[in-house]
Design a protein around this ligand. Sequence first.
Ligand SMILES: [Zn+2]
Ligand SMILES: [Zn+2]
Length: 392
Amino acid sequence: MNPLLEDLRREAAPFVDIRRDIHRHPELAFGEHRTAALVAEKLRAWGYEVETGLGGTGLVGRLVRGGGRRRLGLRADMDALPIEEATGLPYASCHHGVMHACGHDGHTAMLLAAAHHLAARGRFSGTLHLIFQPAEEGGGGAVRMIDDGLFDKYPCDAVFAMHNMPGLAQGRFALRDGPTMASSDYATVTVAGIGGHGAIPHRAADPVVAAASIVMALQTVVSRNVDPLHTAVVTVGALHAGQANNVIPAAATLEISVRALDREVRALLEQRIKAIVAAQAESFGCSAQVDWRKGYAVLVNTPEETDFARQVALDLVGAERVTLQAPPLTGSEDFAFMLEKVPGSYLLIGNGDGDSAGACMVHNPGYDFNDDNVALGAAYWVLLAERFLAAA
Ligand SMILES: [Zn+2]
Ligand SMILES: [Zn+2]
């Protein structure tokens, strides 16, 4: 086994405890007060200079060593999800309806274990910025931190982030350069018609029929407008209209989720959806309003930094445990916004596959972070930091 990994395994126990403590006390987006205070206290005790309250509940720990000029950013996320935990674990959530179902408790613990090792025994020369962000789950905590001056106050030559992945064997890493996670945009469509008696439809303009037709027509955006070699998702996740079988309602609403893996497709989806909604509504004598909300950007890993991150994984666990160019995902991640400012890479660490407990998918009430990754993920961060900020 890699000697660094052996060291981190020996040091892991208190960080597994921290992981389970955070798991027991999950906090939703921008409410990560306890978690942030715990992280800040540890970092300060180990000699980091810490700024809290960046982007709400975010914080940065800074450690400068030697005369090296390079500056590295490592990011972990801290927020939980509004899910009722069903694991039955002894350290299960003590907050009703809130759960660490995406493993951000583990990401925080991995980065803390690395922070401890780097402060105590790290051989590096340069500036280390450990970024603990709030609100990854849809709240855009990364954007809030950037708007609060994250990279102005703590400039980085590269940033890296790591997410656990159920379905990928524990002990494996998966990397990818280029577009890796999808953009996510949201639209609320309000179809306005003319309400009336269910028995006298010709005196009404029925928004239910218009909305139903819009749902079907939207299926052609991906199948007929997007290049078949590109990726896109258009999902109508909610459709609300009416109360009674003999009343034609005056309005209907649709909630739409839209994903793409490049900027041109993302723009095309918006343009086509708006055009189809307007034309369909009009053809039924209704009108439609689209409230379009831009979500997370496409996450694009830069080639040079991804190559660097690949080499770290290869040296830590060997070629048989590293996927060098994994397929992209249609999920979204607000680390995308950090990568719009600074080159870097976002990689996956296996949480377990097959019948193992770690194979349960994230955002599932039965999910749990694999504690074997506290040492492995920390060893990865330490090796990456020592390489990136190599002492002369
Ligand atoms: Zn998640
Ligand atoms: Zn997550």
